[in-house]
Design a protein around this ligand. Structure first.
Ligand SMILES: Nc1ncnc2c1ncn2[C@@H]1O[C@H](COP(=O)(O)OP(=O)(O)O)[C@@H](O)[C@H]1O
Ligand SMILES: [Mg+2]
Length: 216
């Protein structure tokens, strides 16, 4: 589902990623870990085609990202949901509206999108807050909304960058349960975190990055 071969990414002549080769199976859940600055966010941004590799090959959900035309990027992104810290919720809209937005942009009829929003809010455990404003929710509840928004289009791949970074340990565990529920529905899930508690005992593969390379 996600394939990188000898991928290198430079920023201002400095190597952020250096010869990354990894293969993530369809339906697999994996973790990316490593200290701050080791390249986790850069790797996720390459998979989302927010950044372009400088060398090497990268394919995601059957798309060759090196040759992908800018016009095809929106189609790739329908297959890749993201939980990134800089993708903020709209605080003047309800939970339901935040989650529904991408379906409305795609022109999906209201009666259909309403059903899908409800099913997705149930999946993340937030159906009872559909009409709330995100600002009135706890940090953990807001993160559930962000995950619902990322998976409403039923993407094959879900990427998350430090999704529990601002949460206490109990809430972090609850959020991990939401990712497990999304994974159980068949998504390929890739979570970047420096919190070992998230992946310890998970049985998932963990890719450790150090200075832009995978630690063997
Ligand atoms: N947009 C950018 N411009 C310049 N340098 C960047 C940019 N993004 C990341 N870097 C550099 O790339 C390296 C990897 O960063 P990053 O992927 O954010 O690591 P992590 O997410 O593991 O903390 C760091 O040295 C960082 O300073
Ligand atoms: Mg990061």
């Amino acid at each position: 589902m996600i394939d990188l071969r000898n991928v290198t990414k430079l920023y201002d002549g400095q190597q952020a990623l250096n010869g990354i080769t990894l293969h993530i199976e369809k339906g697999e859940m994996v973790f990316l870990t490593g200290p701050s600055g080791s390249g986790k966010t850069t790797l996720l941004r390459l998979i989302y085609r927010d950044e372009i590799v400088d060398s090497g090959d990268i394919t995601v959900a059957g798309w060759d990202l090196r040759t992908l035309s800018p016009g095809s990027i929106p189609y790739l992104r329908r297959n890749v949901g993201v939980v990134f810290q800089d993708f903020k919720l709209l605080h003047e809209r309800t939970v339901r509206e935040n989650v529904e937005l991408s379906l409305r942009i795609q022109g999906i009829p209201h009666h259909e999108s309403r059903q899908r929003v409800l099913a997705t809010l149930k999946l993340v455990g937030l159906a009872h807050k559909a009409d709330a404003i995100p600002a009135k929710l706890s940090g953990g509840e807001q993160q559930r909304v962000v995950i619902a928004r990322a998976v409403i289009g039923n993407p094959a791949v879900l990427l998350a960058d430090e999704p529990t970074g601002n949460l206490d340990a109990d809430t972090a565990r609850e959020i991990m349960d939401v990712f497990k529920a999304v994974h159980a529905k068949g998504a390929t899930v890739c979570i970047a975190t420096h919190d070992a508690n998230l992946y310890r005992h998970s049985g998932c593969r963990v890719f450790a990055l150090k200075e832009g390379a995978i630690v063997p």
